[in-house]
Design a protein around this ligand. Structure first.
Ligand code: CU
Length: 112
């Protein structure tokens, strides 16, 4: 009977650890962001990484996209959009397979 209790406690511990890991999950989101020149890019790379929950940032000026890695327990996609808005950029989530901008060039990398 005691053994069963130990097993039950261990199981709970494992489940708890698992739940914590889930909370710390890092997600990735790509936004369509209109960037005209290097100073636009600089503005983003100098500010967005300091937003709460942001782990990593990748700016693609050619493709007019910004990919952000963020902690799901610290921020949301909506919060990140607001962060872009604060810098006067309109960020729109890029759905998978979708072309990122009006520029035809970018479409070479698209899946459709
Ligand atoms: Cu610019």
């Amino acid at each position: 009977m005691k053994k069963l209790l130990v097993v039950a406690m261990l199981t709970m511990l494992v489940v708890n650890t698992f739940a914590d890991e889930k909370k710390k999950k890092v997600s990735e989101v790509t936004y369509k962001v209109e960037m005209d020149c290097q100073s636009c890019v600089n503005k983003i790379t100098k500010n967005i990484p300091f937003e709460k929950g942001v782990k990593d940032l990748n700016v693609d000026m050619e493709g007019q996209t910004v990919t952000v890695k963020y902690r799901e327990d610290k921020t949301t996609k909506e919060n990140l959009v607001k962060a872009f808005e604060k810098l006067d950029f309109k960020a729109e989530e890029l759905k998978e397979g979708e072309c990122s901008s009006q520029k035809k060039k970018c479409c070479s990398g698209c899946k459709n």
